[in-house]
Design a protein around this ligand. Structure first.
Ligand SMILES: [Zn+2]
Length: 210
């Protein structure tokens, strides 16, 4: 599996380019901004982008999606519980002092337990509400890699004080769906450094028992 992680935009959202080494088909996850840099990675590996996957509808994760769609023709996928948040992108842009990205067209849903396939790669969609209602994580079982969006960070968890956030829901999503993954799972959070499920089980102050 080809996997490049590129922090994009002023909030340095971790955008992932994930490709199949034999078919050269790829998915791009969370193209928040800096689409020329994302496309440079795609071209470097001679990939063809088949899917644009959005972990949740915050502007730093979805802001560049339409630009990437225009350049690749790939459909944009989002969990339906974040459609309402997607309609507030201009307001999100104003809060952050960013240029409004305009309307984003969603062409496919990310439902819980769905398997997303690109070439020979397969990812399980985990619906993990809490940071937002429609937050999802993507788990690649063969490679034991988790793209965690803003649900789990190294030694922290996603904030829940924004519209649609819920502390109870993020904790139950984490315990029921994320921490159920094997300890050796490599976690790529939506911002900041990578970690593993095992490390977070031991060290994350929000997840330790007791
Ligand atoms: Zn977010």
């Amino acid at each position: 599996m080809i996997h490049e992680i590129l922090p994009v935009g002023p909030l340095q959202c971790n955008c992932s380019v994930i490709g199949d080494e034999s078919t050269r088909e790829a998915m791009v996850i969370d193209p928040g901004d800096d689409i020329e840099d994302v496309l440079a990675i795609v071209e470097k590996h001679q990939l063809k982008v088949k899917q644009i996957v959005i972990t949740h509808a915050h502007i730093d994760h979805v802001g560049g999606a339409m630009k990437l769609r225009a350049r690749t023709g790939a459909p944009i996928l989002l969990n339906q519980n974040d459609y309402a948040l997607l309609k507030m992108l201009d307001m999100q842009a104003a809060w952050l002092g960013m240029a409004p990205p305009g309307k984003v067209d969603i062409e496919g849903e990310l439902a819980h337990d769905q398997t997303l396939r690109t070439g020979g790669l397969a990812a399980n969609v985990l619906h993990t509400p809490g940071h937002t209602e429609g937050s999802v994580c993507l788990y690649f079982p063969a490679e034991k890699v988790l793209i965690a969006g803003d649900t789990l960070f190294a030694r922290s968890i996603g904030r829940t004080d924004l519209p649609g956030g819920s502390y109870e829901k993020i904790l139950s999503s984490l315990h029921a769906r994320v921490m159920a993954l094997p300890d050796e799972t490599i976690v790529v959070p939506g911002h900041g450094p990578g970690t593993t499920i095992g490390e977070e089980r031991e060290e994350n102050p929000f997840l330790r028992r007791g």
